[in-house]
Ligand binder design. Structure first.
Ligand code: MP5
Length: 188
């Protein structure tokens, strides 16, 4: 994932403006849908410890959505658009995973967040000090976010590993790669 052209080019500053614009619009729609996934997962959380970790994740979504809205205003982007079919498929998969029970749902949540931690930590490590993506880098590669991802890993590790969990994790990885592909493959 960290070798994907989106991540590599965000880090070296060569990402076309239109590609990042498309990512802002699609990812904003993803995060709006993702909130529904987190709420559905909270409902099947097995105990208070799990609910507390998920509550932290839900609370972080308000400032995160504001960050997307600020960036969209700066870039003159319309956020109220129909998400691409792949983005809708990913969101539908997340909701289905939450309804499929806690073990699969928490595995999916861990995969989604770990993907962004690894990607943005890799951008952070290679980007120049003047990077236009500083706010996004901070959002997903801060020490606080690393702690959240570790807490999610801890919740996954409490569950006996099943084939369904492995399959769910693999699906998340493939959706994440397809998401980067989607935003890179726009007409110039
Ligand atoms: C995340 C995201 C991280 N924003 N977009 C995609 C496609 N994958 C993962 O989730 P969150 O809720 O923004 O931390």
């Amino acid at each position: 994932m960290v070798g994907h052209p989106f991540v590599v080019r965000a880090a070296d500053g060569s990402l076309p403006r239109a590609t990042f614009d498309r990512w802002v619009v699609e990812d904003h729609a993803f995060v709006v849908a993702f909130r529904g996934f987190l709420e559905a997962l909270s409902e099947v959380a097995p105990d208070q410890r799990a609910r507390d970790v998920l509550d932290g994740g839900l609370a972080a979504l308000t400032p995160e959505l504001e960050m997307f809205e600020r960036e969209a205003r700066r870039r003159g982007l319309e956020l109220d658009v129909d998400p691409a079919p792949l983005n809708q498929d990913y969101s539908a998969y997340l909701l289905a995973a939450a309804r499929g029970g806690w073990a699969v749902g928490i595995t999916v949540l861990f995969g989604v967040e770990k993907a962004y931690y690894d990607a943005w930590a890799s951008v952070r490590d290679a980007a120049s000090p003047g990077t236009p993506y500083a706010e996004f880098i901070r959002n997903w590669s801060s020490p606080e976010f690393a702690v959240y991802v570790d807490q999610l890993a801890g919740l996954v590790d409490r569950e006996p590993l099943t084939e369904e969990m492995r399959q769910a994790f693999d699906r998340v990885v493939r959706f994440e790669l397809a998401f980067w592909d989607l935003v890179c493959a726009h007409p110039e």
